[in-house]
Design a protein around this ligand. Structure first.
Ligand SMILES: Nc1ncnc2c1ncn2[C@@H]1O[C@H](COP(=O)(O)OP(=O)(O)OP(=O)(O)O)[C@@H](O)[C@H]1O
Length: 664
């Protein structure tokens, strides 16, 4: 396939534009066909029996489609319908398959295979797969990898669910939510390539480190079309649309941010926006030639009222005002015996008196300025929030020292999300075909609305775990979140089989569940290894770390955020090399010496950034301080739950302060 692509001649394109286009298409295809010696072309085989399924023969299953010189298929894409039984067939329902074969690879070399005969009853223990277990047990090095070879039936149901269907996955730590979400994106891009390439697919994650951790999964599956973004980046775009230099740079107390994330703010903004529309007090008079044409006050009022009732966005309606007024004048002209055409109406609509009159009734509104005014002008807020927010809440919303202008405002994340909402009230936000929202439990109602408008004509995969909710504005139930997302009927699936955390560790972490999420089923571990859990006194960080440095695989040293710089200094003093999650290497650092996240043996992880990540070995420092750093106890315990569930093999808890009582 590579040779064929390489031999293609772009000069056949004729004109310059076509040649350039062809050349870039060929270059892209060559890139997609590039060989990765570590990633085998196939990982499974299905032998179909023919008969009922009308499919016969052997099919190799791989990450992408591969065809031979004649164009006949050698390897079938894992997402094709023919591949489905690889993930779903059972002895009870073999789906037309006689034999399923799994191939084992090490560093790209075929090392083993296993066959399952699906036509006979299984002798006991026969369903065990060493290849599957090896994949689940393998040490984790570097960023996240794909799981195409071992997607489990309950995961596959989610991955392949229909594009029109929005799905919400409540899943315990390590049950594969992130993996499933990314594979669903890849599946949908395959099954609806044309539609989704046009409309776009968006993957939303909690922070930049998390996005760096997952960024290679989709390209490894051959998908480069999906956009990956954080909610902050989305909201920042709304600021940048007003002024390209603006960014989210402000901080505010949790209870204020929570109030700004409340869905009632949507109505407040809507009222504040529409309060700009005012009814005229004088008639419109348009001189034309020797005549003066007049639109009376009541008629202008009718124009305003009918446009308001059309349910279009503020900006779209505003654009219609001059034409609507001009139309009234046109009618007058006709009544007076003239026969004006459309050009006359256009000219009248563009005339200064009409534009001024329309502009006064229906002024242009800049979304950032609107939010800035709502948060600094007590009168505007009081009228827009009447009956919605209490006086105390209004007082909380108002800036104590209002910035002089939107430009000098240090916008916070919650405020940027309000600007995004306001921008949508003025002008409709474009919708993509599908959004995968990870760690969605942490989004505020206003953030969920930001995703709702971006998927108004598309569907959503919502992933999260209520037990891992650590923002003060986190959602309390999936029904509530789905309502804000505009998909109240989305199906909620639960995943409880954990692929990351070994039994010993997950059982310890689950002690927190009755406090942090009483309604949730406790997770189980599918890992055969029970893992190791050690609780040790914390005398010196470097001594604790020295105890795990020799272990194979990645190490995450998770500490309360406030301890990170001290711990880093201790490690440096002890001569230990490490990267810090969430920090770019210094610009002047020697490139050979640069440690980037997830590329080295030891990562220092601020507790606030641990979410979604995993390491073979985790050393967790000072749980009590980690809990105390959060605004309330429950949030603190949830943060602890997140940090306790990052380990694939071993967890060492080192503490000087007494452990939180909830762990005993
Ligand atoms: N079917 C599978 N086969 C092999 N590995 C799997 C499978 N499903 C999940 N995993 C692995 O389990 C680990 C956890 O998966 P993932 O990060 O997607 O879980 P999660 O539910 O998002 O966890 P968290 O809630 O902690 O963020 C990953 O290393 C992933 O590759």
């Amino acid at each position: 396939m590579r040779a064929r692509t390489a031999s293609m001649d772009a000069s056949a394109g004729g004109d310059w534009v076509s040649r350039e286009y062809l050349q870039s298409t060929f270059a892209l295809r060559m890139k997609q066909l590039a060989d990765d010696p570590n990633v085998p072309l196939f990982f499974g085989r299905l032998d179909y029996a023919g008969g009922q399924s009308h499919v016969e023969g052997e099919f190799h299953i791989g990450r992408r489609h591969v065809s031979d010189v004649e164009g006949d298929p050698l390897v079938i894409d894992w997402r094709a319908p023919v591949s489905l039984p690889f993930y779903r067939a059972t002895r009870a329902d073999p789906m037309g398959v006689e034999r399923r074969r799994r191939f084992g690879f090490q560093h790209g070399s075929l090392t083993s295979y296993e066959d399952e005969d699906l036509t006979s009853a299984a002798p006991s223990g026969e369903d065990y797969s060493a290849i599957l277990e090896q994949e689940i047990e393998r040490p984790r090095v570097g960023p996240m990898r794909d799981i195409v070879a071992t997607i489990q039936p309950e995961q596959d149901v989610i991955v392949r669910s229909d594009l029109s269907q929005s799905i919400c996955v409540q899943g315990a730590p390590g049950t594969g939510k992130t993996a499933v979400g990314l594979h669903r994106a890849a599946y949908l891009l395959f099954a609806h390539r044309e539609q989704l390439t046009r409309q776009g697919v968006l993957v939303v994650g909690p922070n930049a480190s998390f996005l760096r951790y997952i960024r290679d999964v989709l390209p490894a599956l051959g998908e480069v079309e999906a956009t990956q973004s954080t909610i902050a980046e989305l909201a920042e775009k709304a600021l940048r649309a007003v002024n390209p230099k603006w960014s989210v740079r402000g901080e505010e107390p949790a209870h204020v941010a929570t109030l700004k994330g409340d869905a009632r703010l949507a109505e407040v903004l809507s009222r504040a926006l529409w309060s700009h529309v005012t009814l005229p007090t004088d008639a419109l008079v348009v001189p034309r030639g020797a005549r003066r044409w007049r639109v009376g006050v009541y008629e202008a009022e009718e124009v305003v009222t009918s446009l308001r009732n059309r349910g279009v966005r503020y900006g779209a309606a505003r654009a219609m005002v001059p034409q609507a007024l001009a139309h009234r004048i046109l009618v007058r002209m006709e009544l007076a015996g003239d026969s004006p055409d459309d050009r006359v109406q256009d000219a009248v609509a563009r005339s200064k008196p009409v534009k001024d009159y329309a502009g006064a009734m229906w002024p242009a509104v800049d979304p950032a300025r609107l939010v800035w005014r709502v948060l600094s002008d007590p009168e505007l807020l009081a009228s827009a929030a009447s009956g919605l927010l209490t006086e105390d809440e209004q007082a909380l919303l108002l800036w104590s020292k209002p910035p002089k202008s939107p430009a000098s405002t240090p916008w916070t994340l919650a405020e940027a999300v309000l600007v995004d909402e306001a921008a949508d009230l003025v002008e409709r936000t474009g919708s993509v075909g599908h959004i995968v929202a990870d760690e969605a439990q942490d989004l505020s109602p206003m953030m969920l609305r930001a995703l709702a408008r971006r998927s108004s004509t598309g569907s959503l995969t919502v992933l999260g775990d209520l037990a891992q909710a650590t923002t003060p504005w986190a959602t309390r139930s999936w029904a509530e979140a789905l309502a804000h997302l505009g998909k109240p009927d989305a199906h909620v699936e639960q995943l409880t089989r954990g692929f990351r955390v070994p039994g010993e560790v997950i059982e310890y972490a689950a002690r927190l569940l009755p406090q942090i999420a009483p309604g949730l089923e406790p997770p189980t571990s599918v890992r055969r290894s029970r893992g190791e859990l050690e609780i040790v006194p914390l005398d010196s960080v470097s001594a604790v770390v020295a105890g795990v440095l020799g272990r194979e695989g990645s190490i995450g040293l998770i500490a309360p955020d406030s301890m990170i710089s001290d711990v880093g200094r201790d490690l440096t003093a002890a001569g230990v090399r490490f990267g810090i999650v969430g920090q770019d290497p210094a610009e002047d650092a020697d490139p050979d010496d640069v440690e980037t996240e997830f590329d080295q043996h030891l990562d220092l992880v601020p507790a606030s950034l641990a979410k979604g990540l995993e390491f073979d070995h985790v050393v967790l420092l000072e749980p009590a301080a980690l809990v105390a750093a959060e605004p309330d106890r429950i949030t603190g315990l949830r943060r602890l739950y997140v940090c306790l569930t990052r380990a694939v093999t071993s967890l060492v808890i080192a503490h000087a302060q007494p452990l939180p009582a909830e762990l005993s």
